[in-house]
Design a protein around this ligand. Sequence first.
Ligand code: SP5
Ligand code: ZN
Length: 336
Amino acid sequence: MKTYFDERQRLHHPQREMHNGDWTAHVETHVRADSICAAIGPLDRPADYGMAPLLAVHDAAYLEFLKTAFAEWRAAGRPGEAIGYSWPVVRRRPLDLDRIEAKLGRFSYDAGTPIGEETWTSAYWAAQCAVAAAEDLHAGARRAFALCRPPGHHAGRDYLGGYCYLNNAAIAAEHLIRSGSRRVAVLDVDYHHGNGTQDIFYARGDVGFVSLHGDPRTEYPFFWGHADERGEGGGTGANLNLPLPRGTDAPRYLGALEQGCAEISRWEPDHLVVSFGADTFAEDPISNFAIRTPEFAAIGARIAALDLPTAVVMEGGYASEALGRNVATFLNGLGE
Ligand code: SP5
Ligand code: ZN
C-alpha cells in the first residue's frame, strides 16, 4: 500500500490552546508525524493536485482566509499565532467584515486551533496526501494511507476547529465521487466526533457517514455527534452516529463497530474512506477510551472484512510515542 506524507507537513507548529479555563501547551505537534514515519516509513511524497480538490469541499472565501490570515494578523500588529475570541453564534447574520478578529470568528468555532506562519503550507500538503490516496483507489488500488497532519475531520466547508483546517477525509471522498464513484462511505473511528465531515455531507445521499466516538454529552465537540443526527433531505438516513461512554474498551468498541460496518455494507458503497484516530488508545492524554495497542489490529481486521477499496486518512492520537505503533498495528490488521 502506498503511504503518503510531505515533509512540509512538519512545519505547522501550534503553540497553545484554551482548555478548561487556561492556556495549555498544544498537543497536535510534528512529533506525532515523526512517530508514524518511524514506525511505517519510508513514505511516498504526494503529487501536487492543486486547489481544485480543496475547492470541491471548502468555500473559496474560507480558503482565501486560511491562506492570508496569519499575514493579516501580523499586519494588525498582533503577537504570536492567530486565534479568535468572538464567535457570531448569538443572533448571527451574514456580514462581510474586514477586521482579522472578526474573520477568525466567522471562520472558526473554537480556541484550540491557532493559525501560524506555516499552517496553510502544512494543511495544504496534508490535503494533497488525501487526494493522492483517493487517486490510488480510483486507479484500482485496494489500500492507501494518507498521513494527514494537521488532521481534518473537525473542519467544515467554511470553518476550522479541533486542530483541523482542511477536511482531508471529505476531500478524499469528494475526489472519489468526482472521479466516478457512485457511493462513498466515510467511517470515522477517531475518539472525537467528526463534525466537519458530518456537516459537509449531511444532505448528501452519495456520501454516507458513520462515526464511533466519545459521547458528545460529555466529550468535545459537544454540539454534534448525537445519535439522533441522521442526515437531512437527500441525505436522510445516510448519517449514523454511535456515541460511546467514557471508559469504552475493545469488546464494547468492536460491538459498536459491528453495527457501523453492517450499516456500511447495506449501503453498498464503491469506496471507503476511514478517518483513523488513535486517540481511542487507553493512554491518550486527552481522551477516555481503553483500547490497547494490539487491539487496533482487530479494528483494522473488521474494517478489512467490509471488502472495500479503502483509503485511510490520519486524524488524531496524542500519545506521541505509542502513536506510530498504534497506526502500524491498525494498518497491519487492515491488510493489503
Ligand atoms: C483531530 C482531533 O482529535 N481533534 C481533537 C480536538 C480536541 N480538542 C479539545 C479537547 C481538549 C483537550 N485539550 C488538552 C490540552 C492539554 N494540554
Ligand atoms: Zn480526535
